[in-house]
Design a protein around this ligand. Structure first.
Ligand SMILES: [Zn+2]
Ligand SMILES: [Zn+2]
Length: 319
């Protein structure tokens, strides 16, 4: 748990767990101490780092490469030193590398932005990579804003654990600066930006949107152009609204999912009020449940209504 917190950048949480372990007189292993050291390093808590190092010496772990390795981290991320230690335990001391050691290496490489090496390392790891490896990589991608590798890492995590949504959350943080939506189908993530034309199924997506637009207009939907950008005429404003990433993602999900299944769409910014109305309208004409998750809440659309109806559409805010 401590390592998981450290991997996900929750440094303070990691250190709190260390203190709790100490209070409850639980035994520390090299891995928990190493993760705690990394946490201290990231918080630039030299004092805590020193204490942890002292503790590890007292417990006789000082000769352990990975406490050293994490200590190196405190002194400025000497990744190569870490790699050398890793090599030395396997080759010189003949200790088989455990998954925990591999996680540390991926973490070290990732945090210093050496993604190509991190990936090469993962491919050649003596033990199969687990979720921690993926999370460390994803956390590093977030730190360095590397959405390309972040996407691959998120997809791998989803493949190994399809019900765990936290990979989306991490991935969404990577894309946070550019309003985008994504849909997961068969453990593959498709991302859409505003007015995106890059998707291989773009043509079908826009055709589907035209069809949906016509149907919901017949059912009474009127665009609220106050959500569109200014400086354009009404018609252009409405046209622009139909470029919003959540609608592209919705059309794509509709095309590619079996009749009757629940549609799941993720957005990294708050859904705009007009898209919210469109989703309500679509849920009434297609009689399918749509779940839209934005950073604020889950929206469950069904039968023309949304679960967030209590606060009304005014609660959505005008993005
Ligand atoms: Zn919108
Ligand atoms: Zn809602």
């Amino acid at each position: 748990m401590l390592a998981a917190n450290a991997c996900r950048g929750l440094w303070e949480e990691a250190l709190k767990l260390l203190l709790q372990m100490q209070r409850e007189k639980l035994e520390f292993d090299q891995f928990s101490l190493s993760a705690a050291l990394s946490a201290a390093a990231n918080l630039a808590s030299l004092e805590e780092g020193k204490q942890i190092h002292c503790l590890s010496t007292k417990l006789g772990f000082d000769s352990n490469s990975f406490v050293e390795n994490a200590t190196m981290d405190i002194h400025g991320g000497l990744v190569d030193e870490g790699l050398r230690y890793f090599a030395s335990i396997t080759f010189e001391f003949g200790v088989p590398a455990a998954i925990e050691h591999c996680v540390c290496i991926v973490d070290l490489l990732g945090r210093s932005g050496r993604f190509r090496e991190a990936i090469a390392f993962i491919k050649d790891m003596p033990v199969p990579p687990n979720d921690f490896v993926g999370r460390c990589l994803l956390a590093a991608c977030r730190m360095h804003g590397n959405s390309e590798i972040g996407k691959v890492a998120a997809e791998n995590l989803l493949r190994s654990n399809p019900s765990d949504d936290s990979a989306y959350v991490l991935y969404s943080n990577i894309c946070a600066t550019s309003g985008s939506c994504w849909v997961k189908l068969k453990n593959q993530i498709s991302t859409f930006g505003i007015g995106d034309l890059s998707h291989p199924e773009s043509e079908q997506i826009y055709r589907k949107l035209t069809e949906l637009r016509k149907k919901i207009q017949e059912a009474g939907y009127i665009a609220d152009t106050s959500y569109a950008l200014h400086d354009t005429d009404e018609e252009q404003k409405e046209h622009n609204l139909w470029m919003h990433s959540e609608r592209l993602a919705l059309a794509y999900a509709l095309i590619n999912t079996p009749e009757g299944s629940v549609l799941r769409i993720f957005k990294n910014l708050r859904v705009c009020g007009d898209c919210h109305s469109v989703f309500k309208g679509v849920s009434s004409i297609i009689s399918r449940e749509i779940i839209l998750r934005d950073p604020y809440r889950f929206h469950h659309f069904s039968g023309g209504q949304c679960s967030c109806v209590i606060t009304g559409d005014n609660g959505i805010g005008n993005l």
